[in-house]
Design a binder for this molecule. Structure first.
Ligand code: RP5
Length: 170
């Protein structure tokens, strides 16, 4: 794989069951990425080092997932001017997921984190690719093909319903 352009990080290995979806979609789109565990609370120095060296190491986007008191995306965003996408995770220490969502979403003015839905790691990967694709034509082409694929799947699903001969009652 060539030099990673997207860094996927998560607060704990227990987040991997969700965060792997970011990796899988980036793999599908052929975008080089790196993936590791970086905890804002348990390894604060590693987090600071990771975030502050990210740009010079060649990363262009960081995707950060965390659950409960999910400070990782916001703290990473405070150390770098790269775009940070936050993935709130419904983890074992989450009350109901809202704790993670609000911890990631409600950032102070000046330090944005692009927050996706609860457990929305796949969308985080797609959004990361779209950020790269705003400049990179090869990535943009792959995303266009991906979106056509989504459209095709929906068309197939409504055609299979139409084939049943059911009438729309509207
Ligand atoms: C957060 O605490 C992590 O991101 C994870 O979602 C949650 C639970 O971590 P573990 O106790 O499973 O390591 O910091």
């Amino acid at each position: 794989m060539s030099k990673p352009l997207i860094g996927i990080i998560m607060g704990s290995q227990s987040d991997l069951k969700i965060m792997r979806e970011s990796a899988e979609i980036l793999e599908e789109l052929g975008i080089p990425f790196e993936i590791t565990v970086v905890s804002a609370h348990r390894t604060p120095q590693r987090m600071a080092d990771y975030a502050s060296s990210a740009r010079s190491r060649g990363l262009r986007v960081i995707i950060a997932g965390a659950g409960g008191a999910a400070h990782l995306p916001g703290m990473v965003a405070s150390f770098t001017s790269l775009p940070v996408i936050g993935v709130p995770i419904k983890s074992s220490n989450s009350i109901d997921g809202w704790d993670s969502i609000l911890s990631i979403l409600q950032m102070p003015s000046g330090v944005p984190v692009a927050t996706v839905a609860l457990n929305g790691a796949k969308n985080a990967g797609i959004l990361g690719a779209q950020i790269l694709g705003s400049e990179n034509k090869v990535v943009a082409k792959k995303l266009d093909a991906f979106k056509k694929g989504l459209q095709k799947k929906v068309e197939e699903s409504f055609r299979s319903i139409e084939k049943k001969g059911w009438k729309n009652t509207d």
